[in-house]
Design a protein around this ligand. Structure first.
Ligand SMILES: NC(=O)c1ccc[n+]([C@@H]2O[C@H](COP(=O)([O-])OP(=O)(O)OC[C@H]3O[C@@H](n4cnc5c(N)ncnc54)[C@H](OP(=O)(O)O)[C@@H]3O)[C@@H](O)[C@H]2O)c1
Length: 266
């Protein structure tokens, strides 16, 4: 069923959200995007300026929206952004909230100060999931693994170092954010489903291998050294808490992504 009222996409300017906006437009939906910065509107896309951290401008963003795809996020404070969003949404009506979280949010313990400094993001995503689930609004939450686009940024920064330090035993199962966007759009056009199965990329890679593939694709050579990372959160990641091997539903591999984005030597 396609709603006639606009679908609000928070974070519709971000890596993931802009593809969600495109998918919903392709499906013929009117889309509203919330952004902190004023943007040039495009065909069928309304822009509302607001800030989920302060609450400014959110009432106008949620007004009349039957579905809200909540893709806005940052390294810290996603639970506060989610709280401000669901409060405004509850006052405006009973929209279906579709939330994007991260695989491992419920399995990576963030207990010490070190855990919090390095991996506080996972605790913040779990807290935001709970805000959505306890909101009284109809909801759907999808947990995805890390996006290739984000890891590309990490690889680009790390490759500037003469020697690249890599946390010992860390593995990742990145996924193409466009594939996640398609799934989110599908969920937004469906009925509220609660916590749906995780979405992971097609392969699990050692972090060092991901970097080696990037170095090959960009014709660089750098020594990679393994660095032990202390703490409970790092231990959980070494044990694979950030992976979803049984949900390896993504199709595009890191090598495919690199061949398209940075060259054909991967
Ligand atoms: N990146 C990953 O590997 C990954 C993996 C799994 C899940 N996720 C989740 O997917 C979501 C999107 O990630 P992404 O990588 O696409 O993020 P991104 O590219 O960094 O984009 C973040 C988006 O959030 C918006 N935003 C941030 N703070 C805001 C605020 N205070 N008020 C309103 N909007 C705000 C930004 O909009 P403006 O700058 O226009 O205001 C931007 O559109 C996040 O919830 C993230 O936790 C990401």
């Amino acid at each position: 069923m396609q709603p006639t009222s606009p679908i609000l996409v928070t974070g519709g300017t971000g890596r993931l959200g802009r593809h969600v906006v495109a998918r919903l437009r392709d499906a013929g939906c009117d889309v509203r995007v919330l952004s902190r910065r004023s943007q040039r509107p495009a065909d069928g896309i309304e822009i509302v300026t607001g800030d989920l951290a302060t609450g400014e401008g959110i009432e106008a963003a949620v007004d009349g929206a039957a579905v809200i795809v909540h893709c806005a996020g940052s390294a810290k404070g996603d639970e506060d952004k989610a709280r401000n969003l669901v409060q405004a949404a509850s006052q405006a009506g009973a929209p279906h909230i579709v939330y994007i979280s991260v695989v491992g949010a419920d399995r990576i313990p963030v207990v010490s100060r070190l855990d919090r400094a390095m991996f506080g993001y996972f605790a913040s995503k779990l807290a935001a999931e709970r805000v959505v689930a306890d909101s009284g609004l109809p909801w759907t939450t999808l947990r995805a693994t890390q996006f290739y686009d984000l890891f590309l940024l990490v690889a680009q920064q790390m490759a500037k170092l003469p020697v690249i330090p890599v946390p010992a035993g860390f593995q990742f199962q990145q996924i193409d954010e466009q594939e996640v966007a398609s799934r989110l759009a599908e969920l937004a056009l469906g009925n509220p489903a609660g916590l749906v199965p995780d979405m992971g990329g097609p392969r699990v890679y050692a972090m060092a291998d991901l970097l080696r593939a990037y170095l090959r694709a960009t014709n660089r050579r750098r020594p990679i050294v393994s660095l032990p990372v202390p703490g409970e959160a790092a231990r959980a990641i070494r044990a694979g808490a950030n992976l979803a091997p049984e949900q390896a539903v993504g199709k595009r591999t890191w090598e495919d992504f690199l061949a398209e984005r940075v060259g054909s030597n991967s």
